[in-house]
Design a protein around this ligand. Structure first.
Ligand code: ZN
Ligand code: ZN
Length: 103
């Protein structure tokens, strides 16, 4: 897996390499991802390339905070590790906003 800068395909912001040298698979600003992995994170075997939306957050004892991404195109769900500079609060704020909007 590559640790490189890229431009987000959802919000258009420029994303810098992961601060701890781990590979980035989602945007730290909007937390969107792209469906490129098939069976395991980083295998890049999927040919779907659908947009993956952050739908839920989870906490795993051994892995820490995780984001559950769901593919808009094929519906596949993948758990991804949160990067230290992810806009996690922004995501939760947005979720709450949507919840309030629903009422
Ligand atoms: Zn983005
Ligand atoms: Zn997909």
């Amino acid at each position: 897996m590559l640790n490189e800068s890229f431009v987000c395909w959802n919000c258009g912001k420029e994303i810098l390499p992961h601060p701890e040298g781990s590979a980035r698979n989602h945007c730290p600003f909007c937390l969107y991802s792209k469906h490129v992995d098939d069976n395991s994170p980083g295998d890049r075997l999927s040919t779907c390339y659908g947009m993956m939306i952050p739908v839920w957050i989870d906490h795993k004892k051994n892995k820490g905070d995780m984001i559950l991404h769901a593919c808009q195109k094929c519906g596949k769900e993948i758990l991804n590790k949160v990067a230290p500079d992810d806009d996690f609060l922004g995501f939760i704020r947005q979720r709450n906003k949507h919840m309030w909007d629903a009422f």
